[in-house]
Design a protein around this ligand. Structure first.
Ligand SMILES: [Zn+2]
Length: 152
């Protein structure tokens, strides 16, 4: 290993191989030509200090139940989209038909059924999400209980 130490006389850094020169042996300074003893001082050593090796921290992966793609939320999103389309479509078509007196009754029916079915779908969607959320909450509580049990 290459070490550096300052010359005792002129302060220039003298590099030397620690394999060749024992600490405390004297060498001739290449700059001022005087004899100086070399030593391996902690500061003079080439800064090869590496950050402390990362300890093997037991990274706890989140339980698989949280990371796996959840089909339920996909269904909920689909229901929500269909519900919204149903409401918007029902209102849109219903209003157009209401403006024409010939189709006014049918338009009212379409408007009402569109809004109604849309609301039902939206209701289902939030129901699914609520169920999912409470299931996750239960899961979390179970994990906490397990951890508490492991500690004891
Ligand atoms: Zn010197």
């Amino acid at each position: 290993m290459i070490a550096k130490c300052p010359c005792e006389h002129c302060g220039v850094n003298i590099e030397f191989a620690t394999e060749e020169f024992l600490s405390g042996s004297s060498v001739t300074c290449p700059k001022c030509g005087q004899e100086t003893s070399i030593f391996v001082s902690p500061q003079a050593q080439p800064t090869q200090k590496q950050p402390p090796a990362p300890r093997a921290v037991a990274v706890q992966k989140p339980p698989a139940t949280f990371s796996k793609p959840d089909g339920d939320s996909g269904i909920a999103v689909c229901l929500r989209i269909i519900g919204l389309l149903s409401v918007v479509g029902g209102v849109f078509v219903g209003i157009i038909m209401l403006e024409d007196s010939r189709y006014a009754d049918a338009g009212l029916g379409i408007l009402a059924s569109g809004v109604l079915s849309g609301c039902i779908l939206l209701g289902f969607a939030s129901l699914i999400e609520h169920t999912k959320a409470s299931a996750e909450r239960l899961n979390r509580i179970e994990i906490l209980l397990q951890k508490a049990g492991e500690k004891n």
